[in-house]
Design a protein around this ligand. Structure first.
Ligand code: PMP
Length: 314
């Protein structure tokens, strides 16, 4: 992967090579960090790069930091402005992924959250597809269980809890699948290793509620709204049994990285007709149009990166 040229680090934008932490850093030893994953999309017609829903991402990042007892003065607006400056310096003209990372920066021994130094770093890289087969992925149900809110809250996007995601994803990939679904300790469907999940069953779009140890995905909220407003579907948040997935008509995963990934096979069982269904197809197209700023109604979700001269008139 190409390394960035710059990073925001300890309060300023520096060459990426200077953004380094010591091996004793608390977050590196104990997983006491939290991160975001934001995408920006290149629109070649407008020669503009649009960050998708940055404010929602930064609000979530600061909430994750709050769970970890952070105390600092960052605001979502401030983080958005730093990000804009960082990306302008990189001068990208392609799709990118932005990673804001909050971390406990002290170089000390001792597991705790309070009375530590809280830092945020931000960097970005060019990015295309996250799941190779995103038009027809084959997933399995993981033998691992999802971390619980009373152990390591999934809602927090906490760095340490991504060991759970890494176990889930690695076992799936090593076994030849594209991704995996993970169940809660009670045995209901929670989410993917880094994606929320949706099934279409009896004409309704169904997704697990936020109390099922999921990350409260920004793509999830986006898709819930689009399915309802643009496709006229009833969207329901309720518990999902494993075997409902085997029998549903369409199944897909959502995430900033995964976007809308069609799942056409689960544990060797074809979903619906075994090819991407009409609802998934429509949502994928709609999502791509919206993230690239092509739909005026949702243009408030697109943060333009480059400052444009107004077009001269007359
Ligand atoms: N669940 C998990 C565990 C994730 O890591 C992600 C990726 N951030 C998602 C769901 C999807 O969230 P979002 O749509 O906000 O990217």
């Amino acid at each position: 992967m190409t390394l960035p040229n710059y990073a925001y680090f300890k309060g300023k934008i520096v060459p990426y090579a200077e953004a380094k932490v010591g091996v004793m850093t608390h977050a590196l030893n104990y997983g006491t960090g939290a991160f975001g994953g934001v995408r920006a999309y290149w629109n070649s017609d407008e020669e503009q790069l649009f960050i998708f829903r940055p404010m929602d991402h930064f609000v979530r990042l600061l909430n994750s930091a709050k769970l970890l007892f952070a105390s600092f003065d960052y605001t979502p607006e401030g983080l958005r402005d730093i990000t804009l400056e960082l990306i302008r310096r990189e001068g990208y003209r392609e799709d990118i992924y932005i990673r804001p990372l909050f971390y406990k920066a002290d170089e000390i021994i001792g597991v705790k959250l309070h009375d530590l130094t809280d830092e945020i770093t931000i960097f970005s890289v060019p990015f295309t597809r996250y799941i190779e087969n995103d038009e027809g992925a084959h997933v399995t149900i993981s033998s691992w269980r999802r971390v619980d809110d009373n152990a390591v809250p999934a809602r927090g996007k906490i760095t340490g809890s991504y060991v759970n995601s890494a176990f889930i994803k690695t076992d799936a990939l090593v076994a030849g699948f594209d991704e995996a679904l993970v169940l809660t300790n009670q045995g209901h469907v929670s989410e993917g290793s880094a994606e929320n999940v949706f099934m279409l069953r009896r004409g309704k779009l169904i997704t697990p509620p936020v109390t099922e140890n999921i990350l409260e995905g920004i793509t999830r909220y986006t898709i819930m709204r689009l399915a309802h407003e643009e496709l006229g579907l009833e969207v329901v948040e309720r518990l999902i049994d494993r075997t409902e997935i085997y029998l549903c008509d369409e199944f897909f995963m959502t995430g900033t990285a995964a976007q809308v990934t069609a799942i056409t096979m689960v544990d060797y069982r074809p979903i619906g007709t075994g090819v991407m269904g009409p609802v998934t197809t429509q949502l994928r197209q709609l999502y791509d149009d919206i993230v690239r700023g092509r739909i005026p109604k949702y243009r408030h979700w697109n943060e333009p990166v480059y400052v444009k001269e107004p077009t001269p008139t007359g």
